[in-house]
Design a protein around this ligand. Sequence first.
Ligand SMILES: [Zn+2]
Length: 219
Amino acid sequence: MIMKWTADRDLDAFRKYFEDQWLFSLSFWYEGSANLSPPINNGLESLNGKIKQMYTLRNKLSLSSFLQTAERILYDWSLASVNTPFAIQTEFTNDLATRAYQWLQKLDRTKVLHVGAASYVVPSSEPKMGTSLWVQYYQSMSWNSYGEFTDWLNSARLVDFSSLTLPLFCSCKYGLKEYSCVHSLGLIMMWDHRKVPQVLGIRRGKGHPKKVKLALTKD
Ligand SMILES: [Zn+2]
């Protein structure tokens, strides 16, 4: 592409701008440059939306009212972070546990590959390549086109348990965003660290459960 632009005299100035800006100065702007990290900025957009909805009401503010508003935002958010602190551990919902268990039943365990201290590769729901080829690409990073890259990216998930504390890492979109997904929880279940969720619908025996009496009380 660069060579093609260079050959065209009218495009050459643009070629130089593009090269300086997007290849030399900001070289990691493209999808895939920070591999296995979230490719979206939903968090940022959500915050931006809240500012418009709750504070500026979509109006452009004059400098003086902007500063007042910014102060109010900082005050509110500082209080909010005290009242609602960051979660320090991941909660697995029962629904996720059920889905992880179902995922595990369908999983071909021979496709789960161990690729490093505490990293595992598991096939995705619609893989376009096997996990061993996936690992080869992961190590060589030798995709020939963007299409090849996305096919690779969507064919398997990298699950990592190396950090001693939660969150668990998984490269699927739920793992990246919510720090918990069927893949990480499913693998934990596979190793039997977390009990399989109780099957719903199993009933207790008839009648009320017996009240257990203290051992030394008289009837
Ligand atoms: Zn996952």
